[in-house]
Design a protein around this ligand. Sequence first.
Ligand SMILES: [Zn+2]
Length: 137
Amino acid sequence: MQYKLTFKDYNEALKQDKILGLKCGSCGNVNVPPCMVCRKCGSSELDIIELKGSGTIQTYTVINVAPENRESEVPYIVVLVELEEGPWIMGNLGGVKPEEVTVAVMGKKVAMEKASVYAGDKYSWGELARPLFTLLN
Ligand SMILES: [Zn+2]
């Protein structure tokens, strides 16, 4: 069995501001990040789709102690977003000061503005990307 969408391809697409998912042909579930079989029903009938990048903040945290190679970024806000298509993904939240963010952001609508690309750590194969979300009002 082969991966329809590898993490490498997912990451390369994300660097170009595209969130790719795998839509299950059997149950309709949209899987992100990539997987070999549908997380809901186990089917391998998966098709690559591009997601809209909009959703709702479910929770957040503020990073003050940087992981390797991201020392210049702190503090920054990490959000867990439920995308319109269903999957939950992590990203950064821009446009809000990390020292001013409160639980009021939970439940707010966001859209991916672009991907933020950063140097990976010693366990990565190179640059990685994550979505940078901004609040929609
Ligand atoms: Zn399925």
